[in-house]
Structures are given as C-alpha cells and as structure tokens.
Design a binder for this molecule. Structure first.
Ligand SMILES: [Zn+2]
Ligand SMILES: [Zn+2]
Length: 313
C-alpha cells in the first residue's frame, strides 16, 4: 500500500544506510518512494571518517540530479559536542563537524543536522559561547555550497543544549543569526523535552514559539518520530509512527500545516531486521494521514497500517 505523498507538496522520507556508497543511498530512497532522505556520512558513533574521493562526489551529484529524491539531509556524528571544554574533544568535534560541513556542501545537500551538544560541567553562558565559537569557525570554512546547518532540538536529557525555544534562540543569537543556520525539529524530542504537541492549543503554542525563536530562517526540516516514553521524560527513544506517546493526531496536523509544506520530513523510526518493511509502513501511514482532509483515526487504511507497525514494535 503506498500513497502519493509528493502530490500533496510533501517531502516525506526516511533515514537510509550508505552501505555500498553514498549514491546507493539515493537508490534506497527511491525504492521506498521517498521525496527526501537522511544519511550519515560515516558511522555516527566513530570519529574517523573515510575520505570521500572527488569522483564519488561527482557520482553522487550526477545520480541525485536524475533522482526522484529531493532534499537530502546529512546527520553529523553523535559524538560531536560543540560546547565541550575538554581540549582533545574540542579538536575532534571541530574536525568532524568541519569534515561533514565541507562534504555536505560539496554534495550539494539541503542540510547538515547537528545536535549542538552538552553544557555539562560549565555555566550555560560559557557553553553557549564555546558552542557558537566552534560553529562559527566551521561555517566560515572556504567551501562553496548552499547547505544549511540545521540545529536539532534535543530530548532534554542531561545538560543537552537546544531543548527548548529559549535555549535555541540564545544559540542562534550567539551565531549572529547567520543565514547558513536554521532549525530541525524532532517530534519525539519535543514531547520528551516536555512540550505538549498533542492538542491544538499546545501544538500552536509550541510551533509558534519555535518559529519565532528560529528567526527568519525558521524551522527548515523535521524529524518525524513517535516517542517511547512519556511527555517530559527527557529520554531520546523513538517509536514507530502512531505507536508511541506522541500519537497520530500530531502527525496528521503537522502534515497539514501550511507553514511546513514542502520541507523535508524524515523518519528516524526504529529499524529492526525488516528495515524496508518498517520504513514502508511508517511512510504509508504518514502518506495516508496526509491524504485525509479530516483527522480520522478510524480510517480502515490507518487502522491496518497501525496494526502492522504495532506488530513490529
Ligand atoms: Zn532526530
Ligand atoms: Zn532522537
């Protein structure tokens, strides 16, 4: 079962593996009917990145030009902490981020997604300054391209930065509101950090606060994930769409929010042994919700897809 999400001016997609090379990720996205994809440039939990040869970049650009996949997001390594005060970690973080930034621009992709990091062990002020210093240095690297650095909201655990609009606004201010920097919102992280996004009133308050904190750049991409734990848990654990604590209404509403029409919206839902099947079911459910003018959780297609996803949870 597939639904034509693209005709609704939606850019729905999912995170895909780069196994076999960067261009192969586009093949995977196409076979799933994605309008957008997200990739890691290398293993997200290691520092060392293999060097990407110029011909591989050329191959990717050529493949992307003829692809039905639109915007591509590259997700930076989870190890990066732009706010760290530890000298060795600062060098490694800056190098990893700079490499990804240069690569993302050369690949001509829409955005590089970054979790800003953690302010653990220092004042919020000092962490912001350190974070902004590293980001400024990286985005001023001499590379041509129009890639956006997309700062992602966090689930709010520990001392992670950017867990609410106020924190993100302060960081964006420290970056002098650079046109190269915008925000990517993750629905699981919103709920986990305590934002009530499941009611019309709550949704509107949360979304308006993020839009105004994000300035003229605004929110420029979404990660669509349901959440395993309760609102305010601070825990970053994703669930299949409709099977977690975020629930279907939020996704239906977001897909119909004209403020986000045409932006890349990418799944980062759990991937077990049947990755393709899981991705397809999540994408089909989003596509079906998008196709419904009214919120109808009792729609037969919605119900059967939900059942399929619950069985895979
Ligand atoms: Zn995310
Ligand atoms: Zn997450």
């Amino acid at each position: 079962m597939t639904f034509p999400a693209r005709s609704l001016n939606l850019c729905l997609g999912t995170h895909v593996s780069i196994r076999g090379g960067l261009p192969v990720a586009l093949d995977r996205g196409e076979s799933l009917g994605c309008g957008a994809i997200q990739i890691f440039s290398h293993s997200s939990r290691t520092w060392t990145a293999p060097v990407v040869a110029p011909e591989d970049i050329g191959h990717f650009l050529d493949r992307h030009r003829h692809s039905s996949v639109g915007p591509v997001l590259v997700h930076a390594s989870y190890l990066i902490n732009t706010a760290t005060a530890d000298p060795e970690k600062r060098v490694k973080s800056a190098e990893s981020l700079r490499n990804d930034w240069i690569l993302a621009n050369r690949l001509g992709v829409y955005g590089l997604v970054l979790h800003p990091g953690s302010s653990a062990g220092q004042s919020e002020e000092a962490a912001l300054e350190r974070s902004a210093e590293m980001i400024r240095e990286v985005i001023s690297a001499p590379v041509e391209g129009e890639t956006l650095l997309l700062l992602e909201n966090t689930a709010g655990g520990g001392k992670t930065m950017g867990r609410n609009p106020r924190e993100m606004e302060r960081l964006l201010d420290c970056l002098d509101r650079s046109a190269k920097v915008a925000v990517c919102l993750d629905s699981c992280h919103l709920l986990a950090s305590g934002a009530e996004i499941r009611t019309p009133k709550g949704y509107e308050e949360v979304v308006s606060a993020w839009q105004s904190a994000s300035g003229s750049g605004g929110v420029r991409a979404w990660h669509l994930n349901d959440a395993l734990f309760e609102k305010g848990s601070g825990r970053d654990r994703h669930a299949h769409i409709g099977t977690g604590t975020v629930g279907l209404w939020f996704f239906w509403n977001l897909l119909h929010d004209p403020r986000f029409a045409g932006l890349p919206m990418v799944l980062e839902t759990p991937k077990g042994e049947e990755t393709d099947k899981e991705d397809r079911a999540n994408l089909s459910l989003l596509g079906r919700l998008a196709a419904l003018d009214d919120f109808r959780p009792d729609d037969p297609d919605v119900l059967s897809l939900l059942e399929e996803l619950e069985a895979m949870a």
